[in-house]
Design a protein around this ligand. Structure first.
Ligand SMILES: C[S@@+](CC[C@H](N)C(=O)[O-])C[C@H]1O[C@@H](n2cnc3c(N)ncnc32)[C@H](O)[C@@H]1O
Length: 225
C-alpha cells in the first residue's frame, strides 16, 4: 500500500501523535462513560469521533459551528466539551430537519427529537439551533449574525456530500488552525464526492489532515489564506 506523505509534510507529526495519545486516554476516562450514553441515544458517529469533538470543543479557541447534528449526539459532545472549557463558547448548529430511517436511530421529526435530546442531556440553553439548509440565504444570514470572521475554532460537518459548498459559505468564519471534523470521508454512497473535495482542499493547502477516525471521519485543521 502506498503511504501518503500528506500528514508528515503538512501537519506536525508530534501533534498527530499527541492527538492519538489523548484519544487513547479518553477511552478509559469518565468522559467516555458520559459520551457512551449520548452515543447510544443520539449519535451515528463512532465513540472516538464523539471524544474528539468533546476534546476540540474543550481545548480549542473560539466558537463552534456544526452542520448536520441530526438528533444531537455530536452537538451534546461539543456542548459537554465547551462547558468544561476554560473559555466560554457559542455553539451554533444548523439542521435541515425532516425525517430519517436508520437501523438504530430513526426519527420521524428530526428537529423535535434534536430539541428533546439537547434538553435531556442538559445543554439546550447552550446551543443556538438554526433550522434550515446550510446554504439557504436565511440560514447564512442567521449564522452571520451570531458568528464573525475568524470566530470559529471547531467546525463539525456531518450533513450531505458537499462540504466545499459549506466551506465556501462559512470558511471566512474559521480561525487559522480551526479544527474540522468531517464525517463520511470514507464509506458508501456519499463518501466519494466528499472525499474528492477534502483531498482537493488538502492539495490546495486550505486543509491539513491530522487523521482518519472511527468509521470514516476526517479530522484536520483549517489554514486561513
Ligand atoms: C448523518 S446525520 C448527522 C448525524 C449526527 N451528527 C450524529 O452525531 O449522529 C446528517 C444530518 O444532516 C442534515 N442535513 C443534511 N444536509 C444538510 C444541510 N445542507 N444543512 C443542514 N442540515 C443538513 C440531515 O437532516 C441529517 O439530520
Amino acid at each position: 500500500m502506498k503511504v501518503s506523505n500528506a500528514v508528515s509534510t503538512s501537519a506536525d507529526l508530534n501533534e498527530v501523535l499527541e492527538l492519538l495519545r489523548t484519544l487513547m486516554e479518553y477511552r478509559s476516562s469518565d468522559v467516555r462513560q458520559r459520551l457512551e450514553k449520548v452515543g447510544r441515544a443520539a449519535s451515528m458517529l463512532h465513540m472516538d469521533v464523539l471524544l474528539l469533538i468533546y476534546h476540540f470543543a474543550r481545548f480549542s479557541e473560539d466558537n463552534i459551528l456544526e452542520i448536520g447534528p441530526y438528533i444531537g449526539g455530536s452537538t451534546v459532545a461539543a456542548a459537554f466539551g465547551a462547558r468544561e472549557s476554560a473559555t466560554s463558547k457559542k455553539i451554533v448548529s444548523i439542521e435541515a430537519g425532516g425525517r430519517l430511517k436508520h437501523f438504530r436511530l430513526s426519527s420521524s421529526n428530526i428537529i423535535k427529537d434534536l430539541k428533546k435530546n439537547l434538553a435531556r442531556f442538559g445543554v439546550a440553553e447552550e446551543v443556538t439551533l438554526i433550522t434550515g439548509r446550510s446554504y439557504d440565504e436565511a440560514t447564512i444570514s442567521d449564522v452571520r449574525k451570531r458568528l464573525t470572521s475568524g470566530d470559529v475554532g471547531l467546525f463539525v460537518f456531518d450533513a450531505d456530500n458537499n462540504v466545499r459548498r459549506d466551506l465556501d459559505c462559512y470558511g471566512d468564519l474559521l480561525n487559522d488552525g480551526c479544527w474540522l471534523v468531517i464525517d463520511d470521508y470514507f464509506g458508501p454512497a456519499k463518501a466519494a464526492p466528499l472525499r474528492a473535495q477534502v483531498d482537493a482542499l488538502v492539495a490546495e493547502g486550505q486543509l491539513v489532515p491530522f487523521g482518519y477516525y472511527g468509521w470514516g471521519t476526517w479530522v484536520g485543521q483549517w489554514r486561513r489564506k
